[in-house]
Every structure is written in C-alpha cells, then in structure tokens.
Design a protein around this ligand. Structure first.
Ligand code: SAM
Length: 337
C-alpha cells in the first residue's frame, strides 16, 4: 500500500493526537492567559474517529501514535482508546504525554490496556516554583512535584519502560535545577529530557533570553560529572540526542528545536482536539478532518486529504527567519504538545 510521504519525500511514521484541550494545570508558558473557552463535547474528536484515522494511516506506514492534550488523563476512559489502538495491525508504539497529576492511580489500568511507555512533564522539583508555573491563580494548592514523582514511581512499578521526564528549561525560572533533574537518573532508569523553550507561549511570556541551549546544559553537567557518554538518538529516531552520566542508571535527552532544529528528520503529523491536521508544529495552516470524518467521506478520501496537506508540509519550522522570531496563533495547550 502507498506510504504516507510529504512533498519533500519524508515518510510520515508518527502521529500525535490531542484528545482534549482541557487541562488540570494552567502552565504560564502553555495555556492562554485570556479566559479560555474549552471545546464543547461535540467539537472534540471522538475515540472512534481517532481509531479510524489510525486504521487508515497504519497500513500507510504510521507506526507510532502519541496521545496528548490539554491533559489527556482528564479525558474519561482513555484506557478504552489505548486498548483499541493496540489492536490495530502495524501500530507498534502507543505512547502518552501527561503532566502526571492523575498518573499514580491510572498507571496500572493504562499499562493493562497496553500502554507501555509514558512521558511526564515536570519543570520544577521545588513546590513553590511548581505552583508558580502551573497554577497562576493559586487554585490547585495541593498539587506539587511530590504527586508527579509518585505518578512516575507508579508508572515504573506498573512496568512502563521507558519513562521520560520532560523539563522545559527557562532561564531565571528553573535553570538552576538542571543538575538536580539530571541526578534523578542516578538510581532510576528514567530519561530526563531537557527541552528548549519554544515561542509557542501566551503573548509576552516567551523571550529568547529565556532559552537555555542544550550546549550550555551539557557543559554544566560535564563540569560536575565528567564527560557524558554519548548514546545517539533513541529508538525510532525521535528528536532527542541522548547521553548518560557515567555510572548512572538512566539517561539524559536534549531536544533542541531552537539551537539545532531537526526538521530534516521530521516524520510527524499532529491532530488537534478539534480534529484539525497540522503538518508542522509551527505552521498555523490546518486541514479540517472532523467534517469529512462525520459526513461520510471514505477512507480513501480521508487519506487523500491528509496526503494533499502533506504536500505543503514546510521543509523547516522557519521560526527564526530574517532575524526575528515568529510565534504561532495557538499555544501548545491548544495544539496538543
Ligand atoms: N498536559 C500534558 C503535559 O503536560 O505533558 C500534555 C500536553 S503539554 C502541551 C505537552 C508538552 O508541551 C509539555 O511537556 C510542555 O512542557 C510542552 N510545552 C508547552 N509549551 C511549550 C513551549 N513553549 N516550549 C516547549 N515546550 C512546551
């Protein structure tokens, strides 16, 4: 069967699907500051529609699906979606990105449904900073980094592997914690991934001066721990370049959309919670899939729509062209990170 490729011949193997635009946190750099009106039930892509897209794309070479949001664990019965995706021939890798708040009680049911790995976002190990970044209005009081660490531990005990911790470094906020995050890999086989802060934030929150480039992180960690052992890219050639601190059980990953973009290897598409296809995180050009999915389009017609959109997939994200930084119309919480 014809494989899914873009206009530059890159084969698409990976789809990220946002299952909700709702989130139980309000991270300052991710959620719009203006009053945020969530999608209504009928606007949100259904599990059946996601499964249908997966069935259309799996035989065409899409072998990995990541479930994201908003916060995916606030959507009910997520285990049902995972179970149905796991049954699709050709889909070899189903993963989840979560803020971890609800992970502790859900790790085992999700593992039983077939989820074998998880990425958990955690930007500070200090309770005061965690509250500041995730809860600007001070409503979530009781949620702190300890709850997320418990979720990580439950995921480990449930047998998920790998478990990745995503840390968005922001200078002046958490860049003094990178050594503490790296130390989490000493006894646990976690992969701690440092992600460069991207200009996808509510107006005014992002600034180039806040980006901490991977090279700086690596040199600080080498000064403390000696030469890091290079491990190359992980399975499935994801965007992270990986290292190990000598003697540590876990690994470190660096995701460098700003200092060294990896668009030439980009093999992904995204589907937003309202069923819009985005061929590039940074391109606001979207193709509506909900209407055709709901109005009787055949699988071939839907595939052709996706294929046509991919002809226009940008070669590179182009966020820093002509010396100025371009931002996007939607923030990450809306697009699905
Ligand atoms: N709620 C889930 C979570 O927290 O992992 C999934 C959605 S969240 C949008 C996915 C990821 O996007 C998180 O790791 C978050 O830190 C990251 N993210 C959001 N805005 C970002 C930005 N401006 N730059 C880099 N990463 C960002």
């Amino acid at each position: 069967m014809k494989k899914l490729t873009d206009g530059n011949g890159r084969q698409i193997r990976y789809m990220r699907v946002s299952v909700t635009d709702r989130c139980n946190l309000r991270c300052r750099y991710c959620t719009p500051t203006a009053r945020f009106v969530s999608l209504s039930h009928t606007e949100i892509i259904t599990y059946e529609e996601i499964e249908r897209l997966a069935r259309i794309l799996a035989p065409r070479g899409v072998s990995s699906i990541r479930i994201t949001g908003g916060e995916p664990l606030v959507r009910r019965h997520l285990d049902r979606l995972i179970r149905s995706l796991c049954r699709i021939p050709g889909l070899r890798d189903i993963s989840l990105t979560t803020n971890g708040v609800l992970l502790a009680p859900l790790a085992r049911p999700l593992r039983r449904a077939g989820l074998s790995r998880v990425n958990v976002s955690l930007d500070s190990l200090r309770a005061d900073r965690f509250s500041w970044i995730t809860d600007p209005s001070g409503r979530n009081g009781s949620v702190g980094p300890d709850a997320i660490l418990r979720g990580l531990e439950e995921a480990r005990l449930a047998g998920m592997d790998p478990i990745k911790i995503n840390v968005v470094l922001m200078r002046g906020f958490n860049d003094d914690e990178l050594e503490v995050f790296a130390a989490l890999t000493r006894d646990r086989e976690y992969e701690v991934r440092f992600i460069e802060f991207m200009p996808l934030s509510p107006q005014g929150f992002w600034g180039k001066e806040k980006v901490v480039a991977a090279a700086e992180v690596i040199s600080r960690l080498q000064a403390l721990n000696g030469t890091l052992e290079p491990l190359g890219r992980g399975k499935g050639s994801g965007p992270a370049v990986r290292y190990r601190i000598p003697g540590h059980s876990g690994t470190l990953g660096f995701i460098t959309p700003i200092s060294e973009h990896f668009c030439v290897h980009c093999n992904r598409i995204r589907v937003t919670a309202d069923g819009k296809l985005r061929t590039c995180l940074f391109s606001d050009r979207e193709t509506d899939l909900i209407q055709p999915l709901r109005s009787g389009a055949s699988d071939t017609e839907i595939f052709r729509l996706i294929e046509a959109a991919l002809k226009e997939k940008p070669d590179g994200h182009g966020i820093e062209e002509g010396g100025t930084i371009r931002t996007c119309a939607r923030t990450m919480s809306h697009i699905g990170g």
